[in-house]
Write a protein of this length. Structure first.
Length: 446
């Protein structure tokens, strides 16, 4: 069996353990599957993120352990000659939203999000990906090649007949309100940052560029006001087109395209890393793709070096504050602040940094919403067959917490999280970069 991701770091997993139950085929991928020890923790009521679809359905197939069981059956030849198109396996893997909760909360750190990507790549060898998969996975590329597609979300939201047609042809929920790209994506011509000893790189991801460029402008203001020289990583070196980390392609199992984008990204970031500059990201899923997911693409030492320098905006500020290099004053902020963490932020422990950074603002009172995945999870929440499940996931904890405090300011860094909150409440969530920019003692919002 040819695998599409690099699983070599699992080569010794389960070796010498007679009870590891490693499947017969799949090589190192099979060993990664067999990391699960069937403890059942993924099927217990508790705090955390792991297995949001199981929490809603209480169906054992929709837990990490349930998915492992079916993957083992596929690799052991128990699901027929075309195991990766088996309907039961397809449905349970479809309902894995890639939250990475199991990577942090499971005793053996089963990485189901990456297992799902390999599963999808295998399935596409037996069954072609859908038009919707290609559209969502390659959105950044398609927008570049076919600019008129940028108008599709607004037309979907405006015309009921088109929304129904999109549901029929693409499987996009007719009831979903799609996020609309801004008319002017992020772009700064000949950006010349301040001269400073401390230099950093701000990575402009697809979602920040096309939907929330104000997040990038705010981050630039905060960093430069704090005394950092900021380089931008936003354009490919060859064709000067917008960079894409490949996260959307990975999430949909389009590994070859993701690898091509990753190589372009590394070509831009490697010179900065060699110069000792940290790579700061604003969108959790995109920055953490560089830090965590690229190692599965077989990209060599360059990917490892870049991963070590990749850091979330809030992680960077927290780290610099500890080192006494971040010196920026904030004015007192009154009122209630609610903080919702992106699943991937939680998976890498970045919420500790969020807490530390928010404590820099005088008199600020904030609380973290204890919740699992918001339910949007990339395109999951607008897919016709999954939209209702997505809303139920949000209703577990997130939406009730927001309804209890309708006047509260909401901080949420994830693009998908923000869209889910806007879709079901009156709240207008902010990225922490925007919140900090607005809280600066002498903000310059020009």
């Amino acid at each position: 069996m040819k695998t599409y991701l690099d699983w070599s770091f699992y080569k010794d997993a389960g070796m010498g353990d007679a009870y590891a139950d490693i499947p017969k085929t799949g090589g190192h991928f099979a060993k990664a599957v067999a990391v699960c020890i069937k403890s059942g923790l993924c099927e217990t009521e508790r705090k955390g993120v792991m297995c949001p679809c199981y929490r809603v359905s209480e169906h054992s197939d929709f837990s990490t352990g349930g998915r492992v069981r079916l993957l083992k059956q596929a690799l052991n030849g128990e699901l027929g000659n075309l195991p990766f198109v088996d309907q039961a396996l397809a449905r349970t893997m479809e309902l894995c939203v890639g939250c990475k909760g199991c990577k942090r909360e499971c005793e053996n750190a089963v990485d189901m999000a990456m297992l799902k990507i390999e599963y999808l790549a295998q399935r596409y060898q037996q069954q072609k990906p859908s038009l919707r998969t290609c559209l969502f996975g390659n959105l950044a590329e398609y927008w570049s090649r076919f600019p008129l597609l940028r108008h599709l979300p607004a037309l979907h939201n405006r015309y009921t007949w088109l929304a129904k047609l999109n549901q029929t042809l693409l499987g996009i929920s007719a009831d979903a309100h799609l996020p609309e790209p801004v008319k002017k994506p992020f772009q700064i011509q000949n950006h010349d940052s301040i001269a400073a000893t401390n230099e950093v790189v701000l990575f402009i991801d697809t979602f920040t560029r096309n939907f929330h460029p104000e997040n990038a402008h705010a981050a630039l203001q905060v960093l430069e006001t704090a005394g950092y020289r900021v380089y931008l990583a936003d354009l490919d070196l060859q064709d000067k087109k917008a960079l894409c980390c490949g996260r959307t392609q990975l999430a949909h199992g389009l590994v070859a395209g993701a690898k091509q984008n990753a190589q372009k990204m590394l070509a831009v970031l490697t010179p900065h890393v060699k110069a000792g500059r940290p790579i700061i990201g604003l969108e959790p899923a995109c920055l953490l793709a560089i830090r965590d997911d690229y190692k599965f693409l077989g990209l060599g030492e360059e990917a490892e070096h870049v991963a070590k320098k990749a850091i979330l905006f809030e992680e960077f500020i927290a780290k610099e504050k500890t080192a006494k290099r971040f010196k920026l004053d904030f004015k007192p902020v009154q009122g209630t602040i609610l903080v919702h963490g992106h699943c991937h932020q939680k998976a890498v422990g970045a919420m500790k940094s969020m807490r530390k950074v928010l404590k820099l603002v005088p008199e600020l009172k904030f609380e973290f919403i204890e919740s699992s995945c918001c339910g949007m999870a990339g395109s999951f929440g607008i897919e016709a067959e999954n939209a209702e499940m997505a809303k139920q996931m949000a209703e577990l904890n997130l939406l009730p917490a927001l309804r209890e405090q309708p006047e509260a300011v909401v901080i949420a860094n994830g693009f998908s999280c923000q869209h889910q909150i806007r879709s079901h409440t009156e709240h207008q969530p902010k990225h922490i970069a925007v919140f900090l920019r607005d809280a600066m003692s002498e903000p310059n919002n020009n």
